[in-house]
Structures are given as C-alpha cells and as structure tokens.
Write a protein that binds this ligand. Sequence first.
Ligand SMILES: [Zn+2]
Ligand SMILES: [Zn+2]
Length: 290
Amino acid sequence: MLDQLKAASLSEASKFFIVANFGIFVGSVALCWSLGWLFQSRRIFDRWEPLRPIEIFAALGSIFFNAGISVFGWWLWNSDFITLKTGGMISGIYDCLAMLLFMDFGMYVLHRFVHLPSIFNLFHRFHHRHETTNPISLFVLHPVEIIGFGLLMIVFLALYRMSVGGLMGYLALNVLWGTLGHSGVEPFPGKFRSILGLSLLGTSTFHAEHHEHPRFNFGFYTLLWDKIFGTLDPEYDSRFLRDSDQVVAPISGTGKESGWSEDRFTRTDSKKGADHPAGSGSFTGFPGSQ
Ligand SMILES: [Zn+2]
Ligand SMILES: [Zn+2]
C-alpha cells in the first residue's frame, strides 16, 4: 500500500487523498451522531448548533483543503524531505506520543495567536460561529486554519523520522479527539479527574467550554498548556464532573439538580462582548434567539 502510494502519479495521489479525507469526514460525522445518541444523559449543551448552508459548504470544502495539504506532504515524502520508517509497536507508541505532545503545544500557540483581537476576525471567527457545537463543527474552519494545522504536522514530520504506525495512530487520535470535542456530550467518566495522567486529557467538556467562553481552554489533546499558561477555565473541574454525571448537586448559583443548567447557556450581550474578542455581534445564539 505504502509502496503503491509512493509510486502513484500526482493525479492518483490527489484522488486517493480526496477519497481518504471524505471517508474521515463521513466517519467523524457518523461518530459524532452516535456519541450524541449514546450519551444523551451526559449532554453538555441542551442542543446542537443548527446546520447552516454556508457551514455545510465550508465543511465539505475542508475535505479538499485537507486533501491538498496531504498531497503536499506526499510530495515532500516522495522528494525525501520527509522520511518515514517502519517499526514495532513500542516505537509506534513512542512516536505517536511525541507527535501528540509537539502538536498539542504547537496548536495551543497557534490557537492563542488566532484569538488575538486583530487576527480573530480574519480567520478563527468562522469556527466560533458555533457557540454550541454540532457534528460538522470540527470541519467548519477557515482554509488558512486548515493549512496552518497541516503545515505544523509537516514541520514535525520534516524534523522527526516518524514510524508509519505512529503516524497512523496520531491521525486516528486527532480525528477522534476533534470529534469528541465537538460532540456536545461528555463520554469520559468523572473518575478520570482523580487519575494522574488521565486528568490531563482534553475532554469534550474542555473544548465545549472554549466554544462557550473563547477566552479559556486553547489546548486540544491535553489541558497541560492551559494549566501552565493559566488559561484553563476556573470552572472546568466542576463543569466536567457535572457533565459526566458524577455530581448530582448543582454548581453554586446555577439552577438544576443535575446535568446542565439553563443560565450557563444564556448569553447576555455584555457577556458575549467580554468573551469574544470580535465583539461578536454576529455570533449565533441558541436556536430561536438568532
Ligand atoms: Zn471547536
Ligand atoms: Zn478558538
């Protein structure tokens, strides 16, 4: 398979990566729907963000931008700027962890950068049209963000001789984490918070909070960099425990006996302005309040 891909023509490789990225898109959307159905009792939001034509168009377009970056990576691999190795399971796991750590930090830095007030409107505001999330949120991105993420991966692969297994593992975990983060439900059990290592995982609640309050939670796979740089939502722990149904009592000042509470999701104009660097006049509120 790998040899065939290396020997492929540009047109064959382009077709392969379009099909592969289409498969990833369909798989992620299907998984997101399934998670929403399976974990109905662990909702983070009261409902998903409505589907809008411009965002469906952008999400489908992301397939082609992702394929384009993949073809660029393929070309670099064919030109020996990127070299891949075969290896056993141990080296695959090690390589996968190394790439996750590098990408987690790189994406944290890039994410902070695109939240700078002067930059936010240009690129990242489009993703933040989703105050809640839905199964295509992961793909509702500005093309520059897709290219930036792809180039970050390429930088890592140019610097580090990655094993094929490690790369496949990273790509699978990346899609899985992106899907979980936009699923609107919390599949992780609350006891994760008390297990060293697992407590640092970036949960669904973690990224959902970023959509609600974009001044917090810039990481993706872990909470590590937000903890180090002081950008973790102070309510994260209590919110995660509530979303994962481990806490029955309400969080102080917010209404219901368990699960989500209404006032958490009701944004006033001043709150929007405080949380969104863009001032947020066009952010979509809850369905019916647009
Ligand atoms: Zn997001
Ligand atoms: Zn953001």
